[in-house]
Design a protein around this ligand. Sequence first.
Ligand code: TNX
Length: 512
Amino acid sequence: ALVSVPGAPASAGGLPASPAAVATPHVVPAPTSLRTVPGVSFTLTRKTRIVARPGSGTAGSYLAGVLRRSTGYPLPVTVSGGSRDVIDLALSRNEKGEGYRLAVTKASVRLEAGTAEGLFRGVQTLRQLLPPSVESPTRKPGPWTMPGVQVEDSPRFAWRGIMLDVSRHFFTVQQVERYIDQAAAYKINMLHLHLSDDQGWRIAINGWPRLTTYGGSTAVGGGKGGYYTQADYTRIVRYAAERYMTVVPEIDGPGHTNAALASYAQLNCDGKAPPLYTGTEVGFSSWCIAKPVTYELLDDVLGQLARLTPGPYLHIGGDEAHSTTPADYATFIGKVAPIVGKYGKKVAGWNEIGAGKIPAGSVAQYWNTAKGSEDGTQTARDAVAQGAKVVMSPANHAYLDMKYDENTPLGQDWAGLVEVQDSYDWDPATLVDGVTEKNVLGVEAPLWSETLVTSDDIEYMAFPRLPAIAEIGWSPQAARAWSDFRLRLAAQGPRWTAAGVHFYRSPQVPWP
Ligand code: TNX
């Protein structure tokens, strides 16, 4: 339940906030429970210390990094300390997983969790209790006052993901890191990288240099492309891990494979390499299912990715294989899934993989717009029948590359126009018949990049819809309502402005 002090205005005119004048908290995703304590507040000062007790991982240093930039305070991080003027991060046996408990009193802020990951999630809530200018990369005046609160919180779903398509347009390590930080603020914990497609192969593979030097040399529209060395990829994995985010690398197939087929003639059934492709059609390419070299390549690719990826999943794509016969498709999945298993990983794939034979414990990512028992839903049930879990990414709700309205300058509209309320108003556990709460591992917001080139482009499409998907993944269904979410979302606008995040000012949201 969200209880708050009514009518408390934020401080104005540069005067220090009196305890009663602290803004009521507007936290996204909504915590399981948040209780404000009237008349109580905590103010950061030049003397405040962050105590990061043993086992607290990166939570303390991450928080210090955010707060130092805007406050200009030293905020030393120590492993122990007193009880006044401290932000105290500690492990506790009372919490588990990503759950945490946060108490803001007059003397201190105390954050407890069962794991370092839980502390990191709690830090994201703590940030939102401070004024928006705390997100500024440069020094701002303050005062840095938080309302007194008691928060208890834990996530609904284990998988709360984003996907970035770095194939249609390439994004640098720095651009990916920027997006990781923006998503981490909303407790996103999975980063799915779409590393290969018709237009570009973006990860260097030892023994197959032309995949990147040639297959990665261009992008949609014919621009210059790019790719990650294995060291680059490792940097992304490490950066994500420091934010308790797990990377899921995707190598798409049997369709969406033109960049690879163009790089090596021997991968093609007719032995001839097609030209590079810089358009935006889908469904025209296919691995040569009958040739052993296809699986020799995939063994190298998946083996190398497995070694570079600490997370448990390798995503094998499987979507829109319109140039592969159903029999060949089944053969392909039947051959590739065991390669993933051989390297100690679990299979993730788009929902179509449910039509093939997949091991129990696989993940089917549902991207179709069909609901209930409509055409297009059966592969999700087929996946569940094989012991798979489903990650929900229905394009008409969760795709961040759909236009908001007919005037949106970027994006596509094949799944319809997706305004913020469309992103928010659905329940992953009741969308598809036969796929219920226990079958759903979580949600993911994919961002396809046919029309996106810059970080501004990414941000404009992701904000404010990504926080809507993040809340679906984190907050209890019963605690969610659009009428309340739009107010909490509105309060994020000044934070994005302070942080320099380029966002869409949806008319559905009462931005301040
Ligand atoms: C469909 S969704 C695709 C992608 C496109 C996207 C554009 C899916 C699994 N495949 O290849 O980029 O639509 O919205």
